[in-house]
Each structure stands twice: as C-alpha cells, then as structure tokens.
Design a protein around this ligand. Structure first.
Ligand code: ADP
Ligand code: MG
Length: 253
C-alpha cells in the first residue's frame, strides 16, 4: 500500500522542508521506496537533497502545467530508495498560470496517481501559503503532517489551516486525513517550549507524534552540504529523532 502525505503549514520556517527531507531519508533508509515532491517555488527540498537546479530538465512545474509525465521528472538522490521531483523558480508563476485552467485543483493528484504504485511513501513539501499549490497538494494527498514550531505563536494561523483542510475534504478530497502533528525546534532549556507542547497536545490530542524534534545545529547545517541528516551526520540527535519519527509513521499504518 502506498501513501501520499503532504507536509503543510502556511507559516514559513516551521520545519516543513527539514521534515520532508529527513523523514523521507529516514523512511528510505528503513527500506521504504520514497518519492519527495518539491512544490515550493523556493526549491529548498531540491537543493537540500543535493540536486543542482541548473541540471534539472523537468521540474514539478512541467508536470502540473505542461502535462509532462511525472516519470520523466523523477530524479535519483544520493540515497537508495529516495527519489525526487524537483522544483525550480519556474514554479513561482504557477499560482497565476493555474487560475484560468480546467481542473486546476486536481492537476497534481492526476499526475501522482500515475506513479503512486512505484513508491511506499510520497511526501509533498508544501509552500508557505494556502494558495493553489497547497490546495493541489491537499487534494493529491491521503493525509497531512503539520509541523508546528515550539514558539510563542505556535497555534496562530492553525484554525485557517484546519479550515482549508475541511474545505478540501468537503469539495475535493473527502478521504483526506490528518496523519499527525509534529512539534519541531523544541528547546528544552525554556519553559515556553514545554507550555507549547501542552497547548498543542490539548488541541490535537492523540494526533501529536510522540517524537518531538529538538533544535539541533546539525539539522540546519545538512542542507548546505546537499545532504539529509541521515548521510550528513547519522549519529547526531537530529538523525536519531527523524528515524524515530519514521518508525512512528510506519507503525501507524
Ligand atoms: P519551512 O520549510 O517550514 O519554511 P525549514 O525546514 O526550511 O522550514 O526550517 C527553517 C529553518 O530552520 C531552516 O534554516 C532549517 O535548517 C532550520 N531548522 C529546521 N528544523 C530545525 C531543527 N530541528 N533544529 C535546528 N534548525 C532547524
Ligand atoms: Mg520549506
């Protein structure tokens, strides 16, 4: 059985890309066949996993706008079992170009259905907005992982996000589920982090992953080396926690 998971939160800097790359790499190192789909015009997942954007011939833009077959956009990474459909800055125009097109919300879904059988997990790294690219991702997905940064305004904006999820469930994807809520960038030295955890658990209850991602400098260094934490520093705390998360994701099947 394969599963498409959108990693989403319209706030920037909460750990969507870090989670997509490192959860993807962890699942792959546990033997799962994983496809990363970068649908953020910034393309941080693409460069973070070591793909040189100048070398990309087909990106996710070509798949959803130009009807390129997704197989022709998939490229390998330096990890066995981990592949990616990259994003380039070309994607920045997609929000506007999609507006007048037929079935604009279901373009990604239709494309990913063509390759779903080749993978155990497809992880979509969403942009920091609730625009048409995120709607495409929520429509294509079986479930969503919501990363929440352990900081003062953690819950701000979440009702908007959940409202968008409900609208997609109502009109475009009735079976969309919340896969889990992931607390990120936890700093054990502050009481604030602990308060945020309690608040988020009160709100989302059993949907919150047991695994909490701490601040770990190795996690922030890895992308500049074009590597996931699993190859960059497999003995780091960051690698340990993303492996734990991957096991939790697998266990919940
Ligand atoms: P988003 O994709 O939601 O915008 P990112 O994953 O790019 O967020 O994270 C924002 C920044 O924080 C990046 O520079 C990233 O390297 C850093 N970062 C993310 N998670 C952690 C962590 N657990 N510890 C330290 N730095 C992190
Ligand atoms: Mg990102």
């Amino acid at each position: 059985m394969s599963k498409i998971i959108a990693v989403t939160n319209q706030k920037g800097g909460v750990g969507k890309t870090t989670t997509s790359v490192n959860l993807g790499a962890s699942l792959a190192s546990l033997g799962k066949r994983v496809l990363l789909v970068d649908i953020d015009p910034q393309g941080n997942t693409t460069s973070g996993i070591g793909i040189n954007k100048a070398d990309v011939s087909n990106c996710i833009y070509d798949v959803i706008i130009n009807d390129v077959h997704p197989k022709d956009a998939i490229v390998p990474t330096n990890i066995d079992n981990l592949k990616i459909i990259p994003a380039t800055i070309q994607l920045a125009g997609a929000e506007i170009e999609l507006v007048p097109t037929i079935s604009r919300e279901v373009r990604l879904k239709k494309s990913l259905q063509l390759v779903k059988h080749m993978f155990d997990y497809i992880l979509i790294d969403c942009p920091p907005s609730l625009g048409i690219l995120t709607i495409n991702s929520l429509t294509a997905a079986d479930s969503v992982i919501i990363p929440i940064q352990c900081e003062y305004y953690a819950l701000e904006g979440l009702s908007q996000l959940l409202n968008t999820v409900r609208l997609v469930q109502k009109h475009l994807n009735t079976t969309l589920q919340i896969e889990g809520v992931l607390l990120t960038m936890f700093d054990a030295r502050t009481n604030l982090g602990i308060q945020v955890i309690e608040e988020v658990k009160k709100y989302f209850q059993q949907k919150v992953y047991q695994t909490i991602i701490p601040r770990n400098v190795r996690l922030s260094e890895a992308p500049s080396h074009g590597q996931s934490i699993i190859t960059y520093d497999p003995r780091s705390k960051g690698a340990e926690v993303y492996m734990e998360l991957a096991k939790e994701v697998i266990m919940s099947e």
